[in-house]
Design a protein around this ligand. Sequence first.
Ligand SMILES: [Zn+2]
Length: 797
Amino acid sequence: MELRTDSLDFSMPLSGSGPRSASKTLVFPRAVRSVAAGLTGHTIGYSGNDHHVGRLEVRLDTTQLNNTVTVTGTFGLRDWSGSWDDQYDGSIEFAVVAELESATAPPPRADLAVADIELNQAVQFFRSASFLDPINALPDNSIFLIARKSTGVRVYVDWDSSAGLPPISSLTGELVVRTGTTTVTLSPINPGGVIAPKRAININQALANDTLNFMIPAVWCAGTVEISCDVFDQAAPNSRSGTFARTLVFVPVEPLQLFLVGVALATPVVAPAATQAAISTALSPLVKTYPRGDIVQTGFTAINFAGNLIACPTSGCGSGFHDLLDQLKDLRGGSGDIYFGGLPPGVFIPSGGCVIGCSPTGDGVAAAFIDVPLTIPHEVGHALGRKHDPCTGCSPAAQNPDSNYPQYGNFPSDSIGVFGFDPVTNTIFNPASTLDFMTAFLVVPTPPGFGWVSPYTYRGLLGAQVGGGVPGGPAPCTRANARRNTLFLGMEIRRDRTVAIRPSFHYDAPLQGSTKCGSGFSIEFQDESRDVLDCSPLHCLCTGNGCNCWPKVIRDALPMPGGARWVVIWEGEKKIHEEAISKAPTVKIKGAEPREDGLLLEWNADPAEKTWYLVQWFDEKSGVFRGLAPRTQDAQMPIPKRLFTHGEELRVRVLATQGIATGHAERIIKLPNYQPPEPVVGLTGILETADGPQKISAVLEVSVHDTAGRQVPTDRVISYIDGVEVARGNQVDLRALHEGKHVLRIVVRGLGGRTAVRSWLIERTRQGFFLHHAICEPDRRYEKEKHVHPHPAPKAC
Ligand SMILES: [Zn+2]
């Protein structure tokens, strides 16, 4: 152990930016095994001036390379104004404690060696040539690692019991993870943290506890990370194997953005809408199997749906689901997010329907019953353009199959092909019995281990975006994030070629793309003098038989050309329909009256009875208008308080249509003196309303939401158990906890200057992990512009 002290100098008064940083490199005589830097003192102040202290930031990070350690200090001071407009200066004094490679370490145990390491974030190729055909087998660990996704590490240990050394009954080990900022030592996640050792050639990949397994929490899975592993007899921890080291590189990928909608049903039974917490819990299989680091909930709302979703149609999802998806599209507005309608639990299974969920391929909306867990990754997969696995030889055949899906070796059709791994539960998914979740036939209720993800689907979902593919024809080179006036056209073409246009709205939206089925029909927009302004092919919804059945149901998003007066529908070269685009209905917002839970927005109804309205609110954080509710013929709508996450103002607009031409009115509405409450810290998978202890997962997922349901980044979450820091980031692994009751406290720093805190009483017993109740916190709201004191009154919890 070596100890050094030094300091970082910030004596030059600076303003205009912050926090500032400075670094210093220390050189040690031998390679550094692990290192930590600590603050021994600091001075900080405004340079010759007096202000409030609004935010003070002093932080140390270390990076190590061989025998050197670089300490970087972050240093900032500002007042409540929120900007770095005042000069500040100071210094940071620090101490570095470094553990160096031993000059006289005992030699490694001769009978024990780490043979290899499998890195598995959901699915991975490992020794695949031993069970797959040459076309499908790939080198070990060839699926690259995704940043901010928790990583399973399976350590294959070779033990030679014939070497004459003392026998080992309980093999354990340590995985040391060194990131740019810290060193973490992880214990195995196998039951009791141990396995029975064996020869490497006798290890059965299908058995979770034939390998020593670890989970690197998502927060440490970023950039370049060094891992090293020692294994040893639990009874003799000083006599270890040689160290197996590897450098991991994590690749950042775009987050997946989901807006959740709880859907209340009236038929066949009355069922209330699922809460955001319940839908978040049901998202777990999606979070585990999708190749994404961040799966961000951009919001939550609830709707009442009057139609019946329980049906057994020969093809497609049935009219109930199509109506529901139309409502979700109204809500989606101009956003590029996936809108997921979570259908209430306890309805599908007893009612014996056939369709557990529905999503037209590549359309950005999906709905599924949340008590059938695999339907969510499946339907969201459709929303991202994935088709069904082929189910070769099945009767009935899979609808809308993907003919490129691989036949993995001798495994059944739709098999996941290689071994999957869930490090949260230490579960292996065996390709001999596990199907890919894009299989057309999910068994309900789903037996454990039935479904997971194949390398093919995993790769397909990587970077997949809503409507990402635009098939056919030379495409113009278009700006990827372009927005344009888009007509969300709904239409039905009957066998006798009569055409009915559903009231359709046009408004600013990002490019929608299309991966739908071609219909043989096209639409043409003409101006007053019947000159063609634009034309587009029309597409059918591909759910079910797509364009094989009548009537053709068309839902297309098309650029709406300015000055269009006529719309003409063509079947090949034959004109089958034309109609004039009437004048857009006028709409005028009358006002927004205060109500108990927000405001009531009212507008002047167009005298025409057939006018439909769509009310949208502007989501400042995403920079898009979202639908407040599905379309309506009323001339008023309540605006709930919870959407005011930015203060007392909210931008809303009312769109009005009778066919195609859309009128609109926009207004900023106000809730005077309204201050949005702090974001709420929660744990995914727990019932806030439960009485008495409830069973919880061994790895808890922390989530922080504002009142509109938007998840706040959880990078700066720190979890403490009984006062000791146990985790950073949004996962808390309880597997190292001893039996008994404990206090879990979660602190989320830096939410626009605020800190959110919550505590719970939890317990580990022989039966698993339990949560008893939340523990009350004092009110932390600060009085604005006064002295900073936590409010003394206790808060109900
Ligand atoms: Zn499907």
